[in-house]
Write a protein that binds this ligand. Sequence first.
Ligand SMILES: [Fe+2]
Length: 263
Amino acid sequence: MEIKNPQTGSVDIDQLQKYAQDLAEVYNSEKEKRKELQVSEQQLIKYADDLNKTILELKTANQELQEAYLDTIHRLVLAAEYKDEDTGDHIIRMGRYSALIAEKLDLPSKEVQNILYVSPMHDVGKIGIPDSILIKPGKLTKEEFEIMKAHSIIGANLLAYSKSEIIQVAEQIALSHHEKWNGKGYPQGLAGEEIPLVGRIVGLADVFDALTSKRPYKDPFPVEKAIDIIKKERGEHFDPHIVDVFLENIDEILKIKEGEGLK
Ligand SMILES: [Fe+2]
């Protein structure tokens, strides 16, 4: 920077003043820019804050919806079970047995969760079965049993045409939980892998729970006897692979049966 007058050799005041002015201008313009940046930064921080709040509100709303949804499912299940099993524990156990088997079959966690929530709805169609059959203490006649069988179709009809994935799973379970691996089940007489996997899982959980629970017409079987029956039905009533997984994890199954962490 040359601030001396080349002719006189003295300091050029004018030039100096000009430099000072330029510097001041640069400084002011930088200052202005910095201010603008600060304002923008604060605005951004505010936007981020607002966004976080909105996300949090959405999450809370979503959670409330989810809870209301599951609560509704639970109450629907209770309505169906009201006259029959008379126990909320059966519902909880069914969900947990089925979810445990699904988990041990390495199903994705979302599917395991769906099964946990909706497998208790398997018998929701019992709501359409007359009391005289549903709570009859003795053995059902052939005709009565035919009517009882309809609970799988009634349940599936109640749950049909839902856009919700979880209710579609519930529909599949309601329809297929009495099918048998050997094709001798109902209502469609499906065999092997024609039976939806969720139906095969819940079918086993349902029988195990029925065998080991007290019913109007029978005392609970000892666990060993229930296991023997399930082993005998491997490849007949039940999917052999699911029986194997069930037996491999019998300790955890029995923990659920004993009500560990049930409430
Ligand atoms: Fe059933």
